[in-house]
Design a protein around this ligand. Structure first.
Ligand code: AMP
Ligand code: MG
Length: 281
């Protein structure tokens, strides 16, 4: 177990029939240290993550079919972008395949909801990152009835079958649902309206969506109850403390990559012979 953790992050955050309405979004499950210790640890652990990711990439180059997919879900301002910058930002970009899923385009709307998702699945050796995902199709789509109930109701089973297929093809799936309080969201939206460098992140619709908070909580609850499988587990991440959220996701990825038991690929040439050739050259 990593330093300062009283409990493995996978145990501390694994979804297990909790009521998200009761979640303390300012808690730091499993972590015994404070912010300062958390930040120091984040930079140390970022190095470990980067090493593991490089192994994944190297193995992908030599025929290993495996990959990792991080799915990030959360309301606006929950910190998904911060995870991408501060956690994924610590690894080599050539091994990362990042996708943000926004409102579907006209072309995407003409296809099944998983169509655009399939196209962005990580290839062997890659760490795929989804900033929003197919879960929007049972979150925003459910809350705003973008499709009839009969249709979104079927999507949970379709998602499970899809993720089973993805996992069987060699992708380790890590799903993280980030939760902040309604007050914390207000603070963060305030900041977006007070700083010129943050206007670009703000949409007037974000305030409208705050009015649907209970409906979103209900929709998230259904996601966690109906799509939390052992081949694609959900982790419930209290995200009021950005430092904690970043550290926790770093540990979740380290855990997933460690589970792959990745060694460096062996040389497919005779090292001694190549050394002799090099010295003679
Ligand atoms: P942002 O992540 O702030 O760039 O916002 C992306 C927006 O796209 C959010 O309002 C999402 O709810 C919306 N969005 C993402 N996926 C879907 C989807 N499948 N259907 C409808 N809206 C979506
Ligand atoms: Mg937004």
């Amino acid at each position: 177990m990593a330093k300062n953790w009283a409990q493995p992050v996978t145990t501390a955050l694994r979804a297990d029939s909790q009521r998200i309405a009761d979640l303390d979004t300012s808690s730091t499950p499993g972590f015994a240290g404070d912010k300062q210790q958390g930040q120091t640890l984040l930079s140390e652990r970022g190095v470990v993550l980067s090493d593991l990711q490089e192994r994944l990439f190297a193995n992908g180059r030599t025929g290993d079919k495996r990959s990792v997919l991080l799915v990030l879900q959360g309301m606006d301002t929950a910190g998904k972008g911060g995870i991408v910058r501060h956690v994924i930002g610590s690894v080599d970009p050539q091994g990362v395949d990042h996708t943000s899923f926004g409102v579907p385009t006209e072309e995407e709307k003409r296809h099944d909801f998983l169509w655009r998702i399939r196209k962005r699945l990580p290839v062997p050796g890659q760490l795929g990152v989804f900033d929003r995902s197919h879960y929007e199709d049972v979150l925003v789509a459910r809350v705003h009835e973008l499709v009839p109930r009969a249709e979104w109701e079927q999507r949970y089973d379709k998602i499970n079958a899809f993720e089973r297929e993805v996992a069987d093809a060699g992708t380790t799936i890590v799903k993280v649902a980030m939760f902040i309080s309604l007050d914390e969201q207000k603070r963060r939206l305030h900041e977006r309206l007070e700083r010129a460098d943050k206007y670009w992140k703000f949409h007037p619709g974000d305030i409208t969506e705050r009015g649907y908070w209970p409906e979103y909580q209900k929709a998230y609850q259904a996601v966690l109850e109906r799509t939390n499988t052992d081949y694609a587990p959900w982790y419930i991440l209290p995200a009021d403390h950005k430092w904690y959220a970043r550290l926790a996701v770093t540990e979740l990825l380290i855990d997933a990559l460690t589970g792959l038991g990745l060694d460096w690929p062996p040389a497919d040439f005779d090292v001694e012979e190549q050394l002799r050739r090099l010295d003679a050259s």
